[in-house]
Design a protein around this ligand. Sequence first.
Ligand SMILES: [Zn+2]
Ligand SMILES: [Zn+2]
Length: 229
Amino acid sequence: MNATMRAMVFDGGSPILAERLVKVPVPGAGEVRIRVAACGVCRTDLHVVDGELSSPKPSLIPGHEIVGRIDAVGAGVVGLSIGERVGVPWLGHTCGQCSYCLSGRENLCDAPQFHGYTRDGGYAEYVVADASYCFHIPDTYDDEHAAPLLCAGLIGFRTLHSAGDAQRIGIYGFGAAAHIVTQIAVAQGRTVYAFTRPGDRAAQSLATDVGAAWAGSSQDKAPTLWMLP
Ligand SMILES: [Zn+2]
Ligand SMILES: [Zn+2]
């Protein structure tokens, strides 16, 4: 394999993202290397390159909705093999020792690492990931449709899960996560109400296009069932 790869690099200069040739990363113990097939764009990527998050790694490769196939496996990795397709999210490593990690809430870890922020992400030909933070991707999804599930889908599904078996779901703010979770909730037979910024017709029509029963301003009162068609 070539020793270099193409990558989009953010270093705080201009242009915001620069295409560069960088070294192909080598997986360490417990890590795998993935040949990237697709990587979505999350609002957080924009926060990072706009300088709104305080401590990105130097010469950062952003991107954390990554799908690709494993092409190298580091020492000690079990359950993942070369050629397997996986997805890689924002959360890229946790300490395994803090009170949050030990209580099954590693998303709150005291010493986390994040793809596309404190470790390199997916806007490159290859990315190295902690094997513990790689997800198997079912064959029913192609690369492009699987990628957004790694952040927008994951966040949306977590909130839907937290809502229990509620039949009427109100979503405030209608972006990437909402447009996925609405489709899931509607497929489950639930009714979705979308609240957007006042006058955001584009978000409101997206909401009704993907199945929301009602879409309106966050300053509006929630409609009651009798108001619905
Ligand atoms: Zn994200
Ligand atoms: Zn921890």
